[in-house]
Ligand binder design. Structure first.
Ligand code: SF4
Length: 260
């Protein structure tokens, strides 16, 4: 039976979890007490959790084995349920937008949050920005069905406002689990919110783009969000450079002409 912690210890755990989240660490694993004594865990700064740890979804504590990826993704979706973990559940969302695509994808695109069309249809990147993303994917010699697409947060913020930091922190453990299950060869963060949340850095897009990052053992590149490109099409050329960097990494053949 799980040990029930007193309120002071629970608060200490919650503070420690927030601290790790701020460092960009979202995944925690419970270890059997005989595997690792608490004193050692504390000395090594290994966060231990109990069943009573607040705000931490179970799917984020114990990752499902990635043998059957579609089943593992379904488990994460079931764990999310009709989520009320952050304020966005009561600010007009119609449905949770989980993610879409090939569970065995080598390439994963991660955006910011669902917009109105996505909220309506329950699928990420289905509006005008989604159409542009589809064109970007085609320009790389792939189809939308070949990749996996998700967002940092799964509910539409009211008026398409930028997600708050605490909303990203609350929701992103589910995304971390999706990434872990899919285990892509490369991730492309679309826009500053996705990049800053995943990389836990605060820098302008001009600095974030054009490099590979190591995201927990997976290569991660940053490029502009398609919604931004709709507002400023001049940046499409720069975006294409970013995508070519990704194509080179994945061994994809560059088409002769970039389709718009
Ligand atoms: S944004 Fe994420 S954490 Fe917040 S209510 Fe939706 S699914 Fe839950």
């Amino acid at each position: 039976m799980a040990e029930v912690l007193d309120s002071q210890t629970r608060k200490a755990f919650a503070d420690r979890l927030r601290y790790y989240n701020e460092l960009g660490i979202y995944d925690f694993y419970r270890r059997a007490p005989h595997d690792i004594p608490s004193a050692v865990a504390v000395e090594q700064n290994i966060p231990e959790l109990t069943e009573t740890a607040p705000q931490m979804p179970r799917a984020a504590i114990a990752a499902p084995p990635a043998v059957d990826r579609p089943a593992a993704l379904r488990m994460i979706r079931e764990e999310i349920g009709d989520c009320t973990r952050c304020r966005l559940h009561k600010q007009g969302r119609k449905q949770i937008v989980f993610g879409v695509g090939n569970p065995n994808a080598e390439l994963m695109f991660i955006g910011e949050a669902p917009g109105a069309d996505e909220d309506e249809q329950g699928e990420p990147f289905v509006g005008r920005a989604g159409q542009l993303l589809n064109n970007m994917i085609k320009a790389m010699g792939l189809q939308r069905e070949d990749v996996y697409i998700a967002n940092i947060i799964k509910c539409r913020p009211p008026g398409n406002r930028t997600p708050e930091r605490d909303e990203c922190e609350t929701c992103s453990p589910f995304l971390m689990q999706q990434i872990k299950v899919i285990s892509p060869k490369a991730i492309v963060a679309l826009g500053a919110v996705a990049a800053k949340t995943l990389l836990a850095v605060n820098a302008p897009m001009s600095e974030l783009r054009g490099h590979w990052y190591d995201f927990r053992g997976t290569k991660l590149a940053v490029t502009y969000h398609p919604a931004f490109l709709l507002r400023d099409p001049r940046q499409k050329k720069e975006t294409w450079k970013d995508l070519q960097m990704v194509m080179k990494e994945l061994g994809l053949k560059a088409p002769e002409k970039v389709s718009e």
